[in-house]
Every structure is written in structure tokens, then in C-alpha cells.
Design a protein around this ligand. Structure first.
Ligand code: SF4
Length: 337
């Protein structure tokens, strides 16, 4: 069975395994690869990451989504710098104390970086094992998770256990996929689900939370070469990311415009579009506004075009920003500044 050529597998340092595994949660491999490479250049060590500002970290994560992962990695790096001399410990209990390191990431670091006999049970392994052993319990249950980790450990040999750990993940990623390719599977003969024809019914999962539809009226307010932005507050989905002011209704948007004495700017039209993030699907209706001057407004700040490039932006609002920039450049024949 061929394995995928992945940059974090070339030099699986504990730090590289940590970053790649967290990036891979909820994100596809092809998307992660360039982010991983850039991240390792920008923050080549845990100490370098610990010393970076939260803005730099969020900026490097921009576009990957689920930003709490970046915040947790940053907090974890600070913890490792302060308590472990900047080096990831080799014991499961010590690794588990680091923020954001769940059982899977701990197992992956122990297995791939420290070459220990450790279970790294990700979604791929869950698929393979639940089918191989015909596990019909719901897989997110603590008892099932424990059973899956135990079964994985039993499959691992004493000699080079990480090779088999990686092979199980690869089998799930390339053969035992959601739609399993059983005809190509090297463990078909041992697979209980295949023998009983239940491979497509497993693993058993509870239904995902449904997608919530949102409507946002986004105001792009400009004056004297600056645009009005605000930073997502702590605890919010977009914490640490910058966005334009937005409102849930046109009434609220008009109220805001009246309070600031903004004038509609119909010179540039930005089409509405939908944008999905975490479990939301937002329809964004952007519109342009002119302010007479840079009014000071609590919670907001004015940023120049150049500053906006440097700020971490939520991807929906980044899309709007690019659109306006191109529009203005096309209209005026020179870069927006
Ligand atoms: Fe998965 Fe099919 Fe292989 Fe069983 S035989 S492990 S279901 S690919």
C-alpha cells in the first residue's frame, strides 16, 4: 500500500507533529500543506512561537478556520516555554497538561516523534477499527473511544510500532474511506464488517449539529484612505480576527449610519455572497459608506489599506476587502492606498 508524501512526515520532530496534527483537525491535507510549510518557516521552534504576538499567530492561521486551534497552540507553546524549557515532554501525562493536546495529538506525538508504542486514534483509525472489529457502538462515546485505543495498542508490535500506527492511518485515508474500497484492502479477510456486509453502516456516529443560516449587512466605511474595522472579542467565533462592522438587519445598519452621519457610497457595488464557517452559513450583503472624518468610536479602529493587509482578517470579510481593493484599483488605475 502506497503512503502519502507529507512534509511533516519527512522530519517528524515533536513540534512538527503537534502543529500538523492540529492543523489537520477539520481541514483537508491539501489545504494544510502550504500552511504547515509557512508556519514552520515563520515559527521554526516552540520558543519562537511562544514569543510571537497573538496577532502574528492568528495571521499565520488566517484562512484555516476554527481559530480556537491557533489560540490553543499559542497558549500551549507558552506553557512549554515556561514549564518544559521549550521542549515537548515524552510522557503522556505531561503532554496532556498542555492546552489543546487531546488524546489523539498526544498519541501522534508519542508515536511519530518519540517512536513509542502509543495509540493515535484519528477519524481514519476509527473507521478502520470499527469496521475491522465490527464495533457497533456510537464512536464518540468515552467507552468506545477507550475500546478503540485499547484495540489499536493491541495491534501495534513492540518493534517499530509507529510504522503500523502510520499504516492504519494511511489505510483509513486511502482505502477504508467513507466509501470503502474493500476490493483493494489488504485486511479484507480479517475484516468483520466486510464479512457481514456492514462496512458502509460503520462507524456509528450521532448526527452532526445542523448548519445555522445567518444574514449579515456589512458596512465598509471609508474616509481619508482609512477603513473602519473592529476586532472580534474574546470568546467569540471570530476572536482575534478583524472584521468590518456588520449588522443583522438593515434597520440596525441604517441606525449606525445615522449615528455616525455616514453617507451611502454607490460608486462601488459589491455583490452579496454566502460564506460558510464552523457550523454557520452566512449570507453577507456588503455596502460602501463614506464618513466625513475619522470619528473615534469605542471598540472600532481606523486602518489604512496597508495596515489592513497586515491584520488577521476573517475570511468572509477578507473576500470583501479584496473585492473593494480590486474595484478601486480598476476604477482609479492605481493601487488603493
Ligand atoms: Fe475497510 Fe473494507 Fe478493508 Fe474492512 S475490508 S477494513 S471495510 S476497506
Amino acid at each position: 500500500m502506497a503512503k502519502r508524501d507529507l512534509p511533516w512526515r519527512k522530519h517528524p520532530t515533536p513540534y512538527a507533529v503537534w502543529i500538523s496534527e492540529v492543523m489537520l483537525q477539520q481541514t483537508q491535507v491539501a489545504v494544510v500543506i502550504p500552511y504547515f510549510k509557512r508556519w514552520m518557516e515563520r515559527f521554526p521552534s516552540i520558543s519562537a512561537l511562544a514569543e510571537a504576538s497573538s496577532e502574528e499567530v492568528i495571521k499565520a492561521w488566517e484562512g484555516l478556520g476554527y481559530y480556537s486551534r491557533a489560540r490553543q497552540i499559542h497558549a500551549g507553546a507558552k506553557y512549554v516555554a515556561a514549564h518544559c524549557q521549550g521542549i515537548l515532554p515524552q510522557q503522556a501525562e505531561e503532554l496532556s497538561k498542555i492546552k489543546g493536546l487531546g488524546p489523539y495529538t498526544v498519541g501522534a506525538i508519542l508515536s511519530f516523534a518519540f517512536h513509542q508504542k502509543a495509540a493515535a486514534v484519528d477519524g481514519n483509525v476509527v473507521r478502520v477499527l470499527s469496521r475491522l472489529f465490527l464495533i457497533e457502538q456510537e464512536v464518540s462515546k468515552t467507552s468506545t473511544q477507550k475500546q478503540l485505543r485499547q484495540l489499536t495498542l493491541e495491534l501495534l508490535p513492540d518493534d517499530e510500532p509507529w510504522v503500523i500506527m502510520e499504516a492504519l492511518i494511511e489505510l483509513g485515508a486511502t482505502v477504508c474511506q467513507k466509501q470503502p474500497k474493500c476490493a483493494l484492502c489488504p485486511i479484507q479477510k480479517q475484516c468483520l464488517a466486510f464479512q457481514s456486509g456492514k462496512e458502509r453502516q460503520l462507524p456509528v456516529k450521532i448526527a452532526r449539529p445542523s448548519i445555522t443560516a445567518l444574514t449579515r449587512y456589512v458596512s465598509i466605511v471609508m474616509t481619508q484612505g482609512s477603513l473602519l474595522v473592529r476586532r472580534g472579542g474574546e470568546g467569540k467565533v471570530m476572536a482575534g480576527l478583524y472584521e468590518f462592522p456588520y449588522f443583522e438587519s438593515q434597520e440596525e445598519q441604517s441606525q449606525f449610519a445615522r449615528t455616525l452621519d455616514l453617507k451611502t457610497n454607490l460608486e462601488h457595488k459589491i455583490p452579496s455572497f454566502t460564506h460558510s464557517f464552523t457550523r454557520y452559513r452566512a449570507t453577507l450583503h456588503p455596502s460602501m459608506w463614506k464618513a466625513a472624518r475619522k470619528i473615534a468610536l469605542s471598540g472600532f479602529e481606523w486602518a489604512t489599506w496597508k495596515e489592513l493587509e497586515e491584520l488577521p482578517f476573517s475570511s468572509g470579510h477578507r473576500r470583501i476587502l479584496r473585492h473593494i481593493k480590486t474595484e478601486i484599483e480598476n476604477a482609479h488605475g492605481h493601487p488603493a492606498h
